[in-house]
Design a binder for this molecule. Sequence first.
Ligand code: UDP
Ligand code: MG
Length: 315
Amino acid sequence: MALLSIIVPCYNEESTVETFYAHTSAVCAQLDGVDVEYLFVDDGSSDRTLEIIRALGRREKGVRWLSFSRNFGKEAAMYAGLERAKGDWAAVMDVDLQDPPELLPELLETVRGGEYDCAAVRRVDRKGEPPIRSWFARRFYKLINRMSRTEIVDGARDFRLMTRQMVDAILRLGEYNRFSKGIFSWVGFRTKWVETVNVERSGGESKWSFFKLLLYALDGIIAFSTAPLAIASVLGLVFCVIAFIAIIFVIVRQLLWGGSAFGWPSMVCIILFLAGVQLFCIGILGQYLAKTYLEVKRRPIYVLREEGGGHEEGT
Ligand code: UDP
Ligand code: MG
């Protein structure tokens, strides 16, 4: 029988794990000819999430779990899950039911048909989200798509179902700074977008503050575009041209009218402005250097503390 692996990253989700499993397993019971394995990845939760997952894993034989030594982030959790998925297909789902399990049969049919390698979910509205957050999100997608050749789809969730072939391709991208929305798109393959409306969390609260999202957006740009690096060259060129024109202007004025040796305040403004531009450009360089530094260290993407389920249990 074919196997579908469902990977579920969980971070402080004690209030949602059980409801998620109840809902999703009810939907999966209707899939015919397919076995389902669940891989819950506890991303260093500080609440009772791990206990609940463990209990679930001991009760249900289709449930395995992993637990990290600390919080490594959702990207790391997805990677760990995909690494261990045994299925012919793998799906990634949030545990808060914002990724409606009711879509699973449709996603599976799409990929099983053979025409597509991946079926991914995209939300078409942002209801229930603070308006400024939506505004910044839209700007971000516009910006990154202009700067990067990898297409990042607006509203794409991480909820998707893919073939083994695609999973293997994703695992080959072993980078430390993982920006999944970009990675999924970078590996290519034929993706069908399934649209859905925004669903509110079933319980608990979002782990993403506005500031965290902003940093994540910057990480995404740095990971999938080198356009910011060109800013320094362009600005440098522009200022050279301006300086050249200014020099000619000053010389001509001196020759014709004399007495051009004043203008101390404007000089200070120009110096300050250019110093700012230079620091800004060095800052951009620094961002890329920092990311490169982290990649070069080749640290593992996550550290495991415990693994179990699927009958046998280890630590
Ligand atoms: N998550 C995780 N590690 C983190 C943050 C989040 O594994 O450091 C999981 C979380 O448990 C959930 C999913 O990622 O299953 C999405 O998180 P959340 O619902 O907080 O994000 P949002 O839906 O608000 O974008
Ligand atoms: Mg959520």
